[in-house]
Design a protein around this ligand. Structure first.
Ligand code: F6R
Length: 260
């Protein structure tokens, strides 16, 4: 696992560099998409590169991490609409090339199985962008999630619903109780994991992810088992890392030929 501690703008550039490198070597590369605040600067940077340098998403495929259950198709906070707004529409990404779990499905297990099959049929995810919840979730794999889980329905914790109430005019009761989410096993099958975290509210979750024991209590800690995981954090989110000095020294002395 590589930990990079840098200002948020630099982290966004590094993540965008990783996606750009993928699309230059593999135009039909598969990108895993997170919603929420953490990837927004990455999406801004990709939109800029699309507008100014013609970075093309014409053949790329996108798979979202998760979706709320029950939000109507036109709801602005439905994750499919959020992804359309935050990234897809800004980079000319055709709607049929970006998929998410179907939060309105009548047959939830079938929809989850179909989503797993779609990811597999696309050849798997090349670069997975991730955020982390204050309770250590990635996607919506809340504490207690099976470390081998696949796409399924989950119940959001009170903490996560409170954290996300800011997207629902501060009304925690408006935040859905259930979601469909890629499992930890699904995420671990992606070839490169790139997690972004900023702010002191993420510091404990980042510490547990990087330095804690691998445990379902801190679901992101499963990333310690991934052969290619990158954790991009600002000073505040790095605030509880015991080996922060070592991570800084390692990154500063990295060979020029090494990418993330
Ligand atoms: C969203 C997702 C979540 C968020 C996490 C952090 O698709 O998978 O795991 O990444 O809740 O959210 P923000 O970035 O809003 O702090």
């Amino acid at each position: 696992m590589e930990v990079v501690i840098a200002p948020a703008e630099e982290l966004a550039v590094l993540a965008a560099d990783t996606i750009e490198a993928l699309l230059r070597r593999k135009p039909d590369g598969v990108i895993g998409l997170a919603t929420g605040s953490s990837p927004l600067q990455v999406y801004d940077e990709l939109a800029r590169r699309h507008a100014e340098h013609g970075l093309s998403f014409a053949h790329a495929r996108g798979f979202m991490l998760d979706e709320y259950v029950g939000l109507p198709a036109g709801h602005p906070e439905r994750y499919r609409n959020v992804i359309e707004r935050d990234i897809a529409s800004r980079v000319g990404w055709a709607a049929e090339l970006v998929q998410g779990p179907d939060g309105l499905a009548d047959d939830v297990p079938a929809a989850c199985a179909a989503y797993e099959a779609a990811i597999a049929a696309a050849g798997g995810v090349d670069v997975q962008i991730l955020g982390i919840g204050t309770d250590g979730h990635i996607a919506f794999n809340e504490p207690g999630s099976s470390l081998a889980s696949r796409t399924r329905i989950k119940t959001l914790t009170k903490q996560t619903r409170e954290d996300n109430a800011r997207f629902f005019d501060g009304d925690v009761d408006a935040v859905p109780v259930h979601c469909l989410t890629q499992g930890l096993g699904t995420i671990m099958a992606a070839r490169h994991l790139v997690l972004l975290a900023t702010g002191t509210q993420k510091a404990e979750a980042v510490h547990q992810l990087v330095e804690g024991p691998i445990s379902a209590m801190w679901p992101a800690s499963i990333m310690q088992m991934h052969p290619h995981a990158t954790v991009l954090v600002d000073d505040a989110a790095a605030g509880r890392l015991q080996l922060a000095g070592y991570y800084r020294q390692t990154y500063a002395s990295k060979a020029a030929w090494q990418s993330l």
